[in-house]
Design a protein around this ligand. Sequence first.
Ligand code: NAD
Length: 370
Amino acid sequence: MPANKKLLVLPGDGIGPEVMRQVRRVVDWMDKRRALRFEITEGLVGGAALDKHGVPLTDATMADAQATDAVLFGSVGGPKWDSLPFDKKPERGLLRLRKEMGLFANLRPALVFEELADASTLKREIIAGLDIMILRELTGGVYFGEPRGVTALPDGTKRAVDTQVYTTPEIERIVRVAFELARKRRNKVCSVEKANVMHTGVLWRETATRLHAAEYKDVELSHMYADNCAMQLVRNPKQFDVIVTDNLFGDLLSDLASMLTGSLGMLPSASLGAPDATGRRKALYEPIHGSAPDIAGKDIANPLAMLLSFAMMLRYSFDLADDADIVERAAKTVLAAGYRTADIMQPGMKKLSTTQMGDMLLKELDKLAA
Ligand code: NAD
């Protein structure tokens, strides 16, 4: 069968290459066992690219990212490069990818596997089985709005300004992603802003309401103020399906939601751009954790966040829900059987290395596909 899915793999630094190696084994399994053929290009990013090329991302790798169907990204950074000037830092590689690919939609699922419900700081019954998606607008709002800056005042004090700004098209395109995501999930969108005190909130609410009435009446839409949403996320998070919100509120709420799950090594993310003429969206998938220099090279990192990022890629870039399901189910079954990496180890469970976790996943995939 000809290669039909183009994939750029950027393992990066620290544990990035270690967890990516396990995902590559799953990709090979997919090649052999499912009707999927990936054409994979591998590139350097972050410190690895700095060491080889003197920049955190070369123009050639950037061009590869623009041309591919999806980018699978490990993690970048580490103490070796910490003293470099800001524009040379490994993280600049990731920022350049996000900016030049126009990745305005950041998807962060907060998913609690039943088996890990005790790792959360919240009570088991509040979060067991949780599966919500926080969708954050990533390229607009108060982090980018003009004017911004600090000016000195005649009396010797200073004045600092940041500007929260959104336009109708910016709101429309992110809310549209939310409705489309909801259609692939439980069909519910909660749009979050502060329309009670902010003009951008009023425009946000009006725009979401209008788009819903015009094109997405089949999806259930509700609105919530951001402060209430923070409260509801810890009180009763399972009331939500997809939460869509701006850059600032999304930054806070997605961190809050990820901590409901209790484990950094389990959480994937996706960043999507605008669709082109064929409907294809530029996309980058990555775990939310960093390069974990404290455990790099020891074969003890948890590869599941990276694996679940790959599952998101199957679901959102390639519309392969069945294949995404089988990958997610393999992870769940391995956990249910009592296998853990060190970061999620619990009494009475069996501790596995990164590679052994990869072995178990492949065994489980074989069983699920049999
Ligand atoms: P981190 O996420 O790398 O690590 C935080 C803690 O969680 C560490 O104790 C680490 O061992 C643990 N951890 C993280 N992922 C794990 C996994 N898969 N399995 C087991 N344990 C895991 O965050 P940090 O320590 O703040 O940052 C380290 C480096 O990573 C820095 O250079 C930072 O800039 C970079 N970073 C990169 C990204 C990215 O590439 N997107 C994101 C965050 C941080």
